[in-house]
Design a protein around this ligand. Structure first.
Ligand SMILES: *Cc1c(COP(=O)(O)O)cnc(C)c1O
Length: 381
């Protein structure tokens, strides 16, 4: 195996992204024509928004989804022209630029509908809050919200293209919010119909609901984390053959012996219980490695798991090499698909009590991100 091309890097396998998109498309096509939206917000969950978007479209993604209008406009600037929804606009955003670029906007309120309508020609999706108590029109406001949308549509000032909502706990299939939200969403659909709206797409499911709750698929599913090959509901999801797309690796800076009783890293939160060797890995919280990984997570060096000892620093961390002295430059894999036994983003999430989403989205800083295509290059790493 060749070492990393850089001191420390993120390698994203676009073939894995395409593979995951195809699996998800096949999964939702079983019961009829359901469209797939691939969610590429937050720089593609840290994987590179533009590259992931192109790979997803290649593999058949019908839609792309982003949070902010800036993200949507960046996709257009990069040459993406397909159906694209953004959902976190705010008063004062440049709606005209979004409409000119063919971006579908999401409205949460009558005031926002009116602001968008002022631009003229907008394609708008309506978001209803079915229980998350985050964005979207509150239940009491649905009749007025739908009436306003229908009136603006009748006046030719907007086209209402979608109606949607978002789950609270789809990663916990037995959570009572799931049934309640799906029922509330159906109620919203009925009210919208009564108001005379005929949205082209209605949607509720994120990755976990796509895998675990077919009744919530409606016309379209919005998949983020599953596209990147990570499990949206660890321990609960069916195994459908998703492949993690991200590998984070570095080159060892040095290795050396330390004696029993010596402390490692700031504050000496770990002391060697016996003589051992340690290795210096040139990544730290400046690269988005969680500081909480000190004394909890492990990395992969020379075919073995090597625990992080002591605190993770801004630029570096120290691992226990258990008596071995690998050469400087030796490959260190922080996490990857897990094929060789290396930790996965899910392993890191468990080590620091978070979710894999946060691990991959926050990793970055000075790391160089490189895209590879295992199908084309014949190499996955
Ligand atoms: C981020 C996001 C998604 C994707 O969620 P995953 O759990 O990553 O599939 C879907 N819908 C909305 C509204 C989101 O904000």
């Amino acid at each position: 195996m060749t070492g990393p091309a850089h001191r420390a890097e993120i390698v994203v396998d676009l073939a894995a992204v395409r593979h995951n998109v195809r699996i998800l498309k096949d999964l939702v096509s079983v019961d009829g024509p359901v469209q797939l939206m691939v969610v590429v917000k937050a720089d593609g969950y840290g994987h590179g928004m533009v590259e992931v978007a192109a790979a997803a479209r290649d593999a058949g993604a019908d839609w792309l989804g982003v949070a902010t209008l800036d993200e949507a406009l960046a996709l257009r600037a990069a040459g993406d022209h397909g159906p694209l929804l953004c959902w976190l606009t705010a008063t004062g955003d440049d709606y005209a630029a979004g409409v000119a670029a063919g971006v579908e906007l999401t409205a949460y309120s009558v005031a926002e509908l009116e602001e968008i309508a002022a631009v003229g020609g907008a394609r708008v999706q309506l978001k209803v809050d079915t229980g998350l108590s985050r964005g979207g029109a509150a239940r009491d406001d649905w009749p007025a919200f739908f009436a306003a949308a229908a009136a603006l549509e009748d006046a030719g000032r907007i086209t209402v293209t979608g109606l949607w909502s978002h789950f609270v706990a789809s990663d916990e299939p037995a959570h009572p919010a799931n049934d309640a939200q799906e029922a509330a969403f159906r109620e919203a659909l009925a009210l919208a119909e009564e108001a005379g709206l005929e949205p082209e797409v209605t949607h509720l499911a994120n990755s976990a609901a796509t895998l675990l709750r077919p009744s919530s698929h409606f016309d379209l599913v919005r998949c983020g984390i599953a596209t990147y090959g990570l499990d949206p509901a660890p321990g609960t999801s069916p195994r459908i053959g998703l492949r993690p797309a991200m590998t984070v690796r570095a080159r060892l800076v040095m290795s050396k012996a330390i004696a029993a009783g010596e402390g490692v890293s700031y504050g000496h939160t770990w002391y060697a219980g016996e003589d051992t060797t340690v290795g210096l890995v040139p990544v730290g919280y400046g690269e988005g490695v969680p500081r909480a990984a000190g004394n909890t997570a492990s990395v992969w060096v020379e075919d073995s798991l090597r625990p992080i000892r002591g605190r993770v620093c801004m630029d570096q961390l120290v691992v226990d090499l258990h008596g071995e002295l690998p050469r400087p430059g030796t490959e260190v894999v922080l996490f990857g698909p897990g094929d060789l036994g290396e930790p996965t983003a899910q392993d890191w999430a468990e080590a620091v009590d978070t979710i894999s989403y946060e691990i991959v989205t926050r990793i970055g800083g000075r790391l160089v991100r490189r895209h590879v295509d295992a199908e084309v290059e014949g190499t996955t790493r």
